[in-house]
Design a protein around this ligand. Structure first.
Ligand code: FE
Length: 146
């Protein structure tokens, strides 16, 4: 029944204690910004030496997280309300922004119906509470693409 699609990001965690703690540190940090993490895979293990002793461990992991179902459903985009006396929003040349974590692109012409963001809303005008609809990270994880 569950035919989930996962997105994958790569992270490196480190710990002075051991490999497991290095992985847990990476996962704990990732959980703060990524929702629905389901699995991880350890890719590389490195150790750093200091005075002939292991100083700390670093483990690179891949993290798989489930994409949010509500975003894949096609929703009807509500029409833009333009009140009289209100100038249409000038969104010509408004930039698109890409999520550095999952690659989602915010297109101001489309807005984000999953979070009630009307078409024509520039990225700068999104509320600070807005999150990437794919992976849940905040606006600070986005970069301008056009
Ligand atoms: Fe994202």
């Amino acid at each position: 029944m569950d035919e989930a699609v996962y997105k994958i990001v790569e992270l490196a965690g480190s710990s002075k204690t051991d490999i497991e703690a290095a992985i847990q540190n990476a996962l704990s940090r990732a959980s703060k910004t990524i929702r629905n993490i389901r699995w991880f895979q350890a890719m590389e293990i490195r150790g750093y030496m200091e005075n002939d002793r292991i100083d700390y461990w670093q483990v690179t992991i891949k993290v798989g997280f489930k994409t949010e179902d509500n975003h894949t459903e096609k929703k009807e985009i509500p029409p833009v309300e333009i009140k009289q006396n209100q100038k249409p929003q000038e969104n010509k040349g408004a930039s698109r922004y890409r999520c550095k974590v999952c690659g989602y692109i915010y297109d101001p012409e489309k807005g984000d119906p999953s979070q009630d963001i009307k078409p024509g809303t520039s990225f700068e005008d999104l509320p600070d509470s807005w999150k990437c609809p794919e992976c849940g990270v905040g606006k600070d994880q986005f970069e301008k693409v056009s």
